[in-house]
Design a binder for this molecule. Structure first.
Ligand SMILES: [Zn+2]
Length: 315
C-alpha cells in the first residue's frame, strides 16, 4: 500500500500578514520541491474532509471555538495572542487542517494507505483547549487522536512531538489520560515554557507524558541518544495501536526560530527509528502532521527525507 500525502491549496489562504514566519510559502515550497521528485507519483494523494465542529469540540471549548470564528469573521487579525494572526478565511482553513488529519485517519483505518503525512497549516500543538497560541488555532494532532479513538475504536495512541517547541496544548489535553502517551523532545527552557522533565502526567495519566528537554545547541548525537535510551523503549513498552508524529522541522540547525543543531539527515534517522518501531508494535501505522519549520530552503529537504522513509517502510 502507498504512503498517503495530504495537501490542499486552500491551506495557503490562512493569511498571517507580511513578515510572519508561519507563512503560506512554507508549504508551497514543500510541494514545489516534492513535485520534482520521482517519488512524488508513488504517493496516494489525498484531500481533507469537511468536518463537523463536534470533532473540534473533542479538544476545544465551545467558547473558544466561537471566539476564533468571530475573530476571523470580523477580520480582527489577532486571536488571543499577538503571534496568532488570522484572516477572514482562517477559521475555515484551520477546520480544514483538522479535516486533513482526519482524512489520513480514515484512509489508514480503511487500509488504503500504510502510513501518511499531511502538509498542512496552521499548525496545532500549542493550541490549548480554551485559547490559541504559538501560530496554532486548533490542535490538529489532539483532535486526530480523539477521532481515531471515538470514530475508529483505536485504543492506545502515542503522540511523538519532535518540533523544537514543546507541545503544551497536546500535553495538557492528555495529561490525565493514559490512553494517549505524549512524548516530546524540545529546546528547554524555551517557548512556550512548559516541558520540564518533571511533567510526567497526573492522576490516571501519570507516566504517559514523557518530556526530553534539550539544551541550546543540542545536536544529532543528543537526539539519537534520547531516541535510543528513552523514546524507542517507551514506545515499545507502551505498545500503542498507532504512532502519531507532530513533525516540526524547526530543530534543524538552519532554522531561524530556535537554537538546536540537527542535520537534515537526523530527521531521516529519527523517522527510520520510529518506522521500525511502529513496524514492530503497531503494524507500521504512522500518521505524521506538519507542525513548525521556518527555513524555506531546508524545510522541503527535511520533509523529503521524512517521506522517503515513510515510503520505504510502507507495507
Ligand atoms: Zn515549533
Amino acid at each position: 500500500m502507498a504512503t498517503g500525502l495530504l495537501y490542499d491549496e486552500r491551506y495557503l489562504n490562512h493569511d498571517t500578514g507580511f513578515g510572519h514566519p508561519e507563512c503560506p510559502q512554507r508549504i508551497s515550497s514543500i510541494v514545489l520541491h516534492l513535485q520534482k521528485l520521482p517519488i512524488y507519483s508513488t504517493f496516494k494523494h489525498l484531500k481533507p474532509k469537511q468536518i463537523e465542529l463536534d470533532w473540534i469540540l473533542t479538544t476545544h471549548t465551545a467558547d473558544y471555538i466561537k471566539r476564533a470564528q468571530d475573530t476571523c469573521k470580523n477580520n480582527s487579525q489577532i486571536l488571543d495572542t499577538p503571534d496568532v494572526v488570522v484572516s477572514k478565511d482562517s477559521f475555515e482553513i484551520a477546520k480544514l487542517a483538522c479535516g486533513g488529519a482526519l482524512r489520513l485517519a480514515d484512509e489508514l483505518i480503511k487500509g488504503n494507505i500504510s502510513n501518511g503525512f499531511a502538509i498542512l497549516r496552521p499548525p496545532g500543538h500549542h493550541a490549548e483547549a480554551n485559547r490559541a497560541m504559538g501560530f496554532c488555532l486548533f490542535n490538529n494532532i489532539a483532535i486526530l487522536a480523539r477521532y481515531l479513538q471515538e470514530q475508529h475504536g483505536v485504543n492506545k495512541i502515542v503522540i511523538l512531538d519532535w518540533d523544537v517547541h514543546h507541545g503544551n496544548g497536546t500535553q495538557h489535553t492528555f495529561y490525565e489520560d493514559p490512553s494517549v502517551f505524549y512524548m516530546s523532545l524540545h529546546q528547554y527552557p524555551f517557548y512556550p515554557g512548559t516541558g520540564s522533565v518533571l511533567e510526567t502526567g497526573e492522576g490516571r495519566g501519570i507516566g504517559t507524558t514523557l518530556n526530553y528537554p534539550m539544551s541550546l545547541g543540542a545536536s544529532d548525537k543528543d537526539y539519537k541518544e534520547a531516541f535510543i535510551k528513552k523514546i524507542i523503549p517507551a514506545i515499545k513498552n507502551y505498545k500503542p495501536d498507532i504512532v502519531l508524529i507532530s513533525a516540526g522541522f524547526d530543530a534543524h540547525k538552519d532554522d531561524p526560530l530556535a537554537n538546536i543543531n540537527l542535520s537534515t539527515e537526523c530527521f531521516k534517522w529519527m523517522t527510520e527509528r520510529i518506522a521500525e518501531t511502529a513496524g514492530e508494535v503497531c503494524n507500521g501505522r504512522i500518521i505524521s502532521l506538519l507542525e513548525g519549520g521556518y527555513n524555506l530552503e531546508v524545510l522541503p529537504l527535511c520533509v523529503e527525507e521524512h517521506l522517503k522513509v515513510l515510503s520505504n517502510y510502507k507495507r
